[in-house]
Design a binder for this molecule. Structure first.
Ligand code: FE2
Length: 244
C-alpha cells in the first residue's frame, strides 16, 4: 500500500517530534504493509506555516537516510487552502510549496470553518492550470461533510478526495464514517491515507480501512484507493476513474 498523507517529518508540526519518533512510525507503517509513503508536513497552516522549503527538504533528506530501505519515502505537504494559495502555486516550481512527490498533485486542507475563499473556485482554477488538487479528509471538515452536494460539486470541478483511514473504520466517530460511506457508495473517494501523527493515537496504519472497504465495496476498490491511485500520484500519472 502507498500512504499519501502522513506527518512523518520530525519537528515541524504536530506529527513526529524527533527523528526517533519518525523512524518508529515508518517501521509501523512497513509492518502494516505500507511500502511507500509521502511525508506531508503542514504548510500555510496558522500554527505551522513551514514556508522555508529548503529547511523541509534538508530535514527530509536526514529522515530519508535514517529510514533506509524500510519504506520508500517521498516529500510533499498538506497545504492549507487560503486566499494566497493560487498566487503561491503560480510560483511553482519556485516558492515555498511542496506538491506530492514533485508531481502535479497538491494535497490541500480545507479550513475547518467556512472562512476564506470558496474551495470550488480554487479547485476550478487549479484544474484549469493543469494541477490535480487532492482534498485531505473532506469527511473531517464539518461544513463540507454536512453538505454532500458540495462534495459532488467539488469532484465535478476536478477535486480528488482523500479519506482518512480512521474515518473509514469509525475511529473518528459516526459522522465521519457516514460521510465516507456516502463517498464510497457514490464513487467519490479516490485515496485512503493515514494522516498519521504518531504511533499510538493516530498511527500510520491502512490495513484496517483496507478490510472495511474490501468487505463493503470489494477488494478491487480497496486496492485502488490504497495502492493503485496513490501509486499513480508517485508516478505523476492520472488516476484511473472507476470502471466497475
Ligand atoms: Fe494531516
Amino acid at each position: 500500500m502507498v500512504d499519501l498523507h502522513a506527518h512523518l517529518l520530525p519537528g515541524v508540526d504536530d506529527g513526529a517530534g524527533a527523528l526517533e519518533d519518525a523512524l518508529r512510525m515508518c517501521q509501523l507503517a512497513a509492518a502494516d504493509g505500507v511500502t511507500a509513503a509521502v511525508a506531508t508536513p503542514h504548510q500555510r497552516h496558522e500554527w505551522w506555516p513551514n514556508a522555508d522549503r529548503d529547511d523541509l527538504v534538508a530535514r527530509f533528506e536526514s529522515l530519508l537516510s535514517a529510514v533506509g530501505a524500510t519504506l520508500a519515502l517521498s516529500l510533499g505537504a498538506e497545504i492549507r487552502m487560503d486566499s494566497e494559495l493560487l498566487a503561491e502555486v503560480d510560483l511553482l516550481p519556485d516558492g515555498s510549496l511542496l506538491p506530492l512527490a514533485q508531481s502535479r498533485y497538491l494535497l490541500l486542507e480545507v479550513p475547518p470553518t467556512r472562512v476564506g475563499p470558496d474551495p470550488r473556485a480554487i479547485v476550478h482554477e487549479l484544474a484549469i492550470a493543469g494541477w490535480r488538487p487532492v482534498l485531505a479528509h473532506p469527511e473531517r471538515v464539518p461544513w463540507l461533510a454536512e453538505e454532500p452536494g458540495s462534495l459532488v460539486e467539488l469532484v465535478e470541478r476536478g477535486a480528488l478526495l482523500q479519506l482518512t483511514a480512521m474515518s473509514v473504520t469509525g475511529a473518528f466517530g459516526r459522522r465521519a464514517r457516514e460521510c465516507c460511506t456516502f463517498l464510497l457508495d457514490n464513487d467519490l473517494a479516490h485515496f485512503v491515507a493515514s494522516d498519521a501523527h504518531d504511533v499510538s493515537k493516530r498511527p500510520p496504519v491502512l490495513s484496517d480501512a483496507f478490510r472495511v472497504i474490501a468487505e463493503g465495496w470489494g477488494e478491487a476498490r480497496a486496492r485502488r484507493l490504497t495502492e493503485d491511485n496513490p501509486r499513480a500520484v508517485l508516478e505523476d500519472r492520472a488516476i484511473q476513474k472507476d470502471v466497475a
